[in-house]
Design a protein around this ligand. Structure first.
Ligand code: C5P
Length: 236
């Protein structure tokens, strides 16, 4: 079984505030994307990593990644991405050779996922699950609302039972044929916020394995502070 990782890194990261594309922001002096690539390369199961760069930034990303060498066993490819995350993942999948059977899809925005989490996802796919997501229980109670124009209070529609909810992370792992089919079947404009969501729509089973606190997504400015603290603790 050969396993590849696709890393969508074409987002602009507007929620982080103005500046360079999110994946190129640094953590501990190293671009977030380099951390994410290393996190995938740390798994001995992963033999190929496809990074999906901003559409006009593939050459720059390629140059940057070659400044940060990977283990000998890991092959690296950089392809240009698309307008949406889903499109970017599709472009990454299209770059995978036929020798790959298992694929991980990992957000560049989750630079600090520990290798044990990556290995657990790969192991569950190799053990026969067509789609595997790492996830954690929620600390917060979640409300469903009826969205209103900006500034108006939003009426609450319901409160799903917290104990039944999980916050989903990446890398998500798939049997490659299953994920390709899910992406090929998706209806334009009916995007999902994660890849497993597309597989669910096929009616194929998706299972959850334990995620990790350090696999959090760097989305807002406070997340950068937290990520720097996690890195500093690891280096101490
Ligand atoms: O915006 P969000 O945080 O959900 O993005 C998740 C991941 O998808 C990020 O790593 C981002 O770079 C990537 N992405 C992409 N192409 C886009 C939009 C987002 O590769 N057009």
């Amino acid at each position: 079984v050969r396993t590849a990782a696709v890393i969508p890194a074409a987002g602009r990261g507007v929620r982080l505030g103005p500046g360079t594309p999110k994946a190129l922001r640094t953590l501990g002096g190293t671009p977030m994307l380099v951390h994410a690539v290393r996190a995938m390369a740390a798994s001995r199961a992963v033999s190929l990593i496809v990074v999906v760069a901003p559409p006009d930034g593939a050459a720059e990303v390629s140059r940057l990644l070659h400044e940060h060498p990977l283990p000998e066993r890991t092959e690296l490819e950089v392809v240009p991405g698309g307008e949406t995350r889903q499109e970017s993942v599709q472009l990454g999948l299209a770059a995978l050779p036929d020798t790959i059977d298992v694929v991980l899809v990992h957000d560049a925005a989750r630079p600090l996922v520990p290798v044990d989490t990556v290995d657990a996802v790969v192991a569950a796919v190799r053990a026969g699950a067509p789609a595997v997501v790492p996830a954690l229980p929620l600390a917060d109670t979640v409300k469903q609302v009826d969205p209103q124009p900006q500034g108006s209070p939003e009426p609450v529609v319901g409160t799903p039972e917290r104990a039944l909810l999980r916050a989903v992370q990446t890398p998500q792992g798939f049997d490659l044929a299953t994920l390709r089919k899910a992406h090929d079947t998706v209806v334009e404009g009916e995007g999902a916020t994660d890849d497993a969501g597309l597989v669910e729509r096929l009616g194929s089973p998706v299972v959850v394995v334990p995620g990790h606190e350090e696999a959090f997504k760097v989305t807002r400015p406070l997340d950068l502070v937290l990520a720097e603290a996690v890195l500093a603790r690891r280096r101490a």
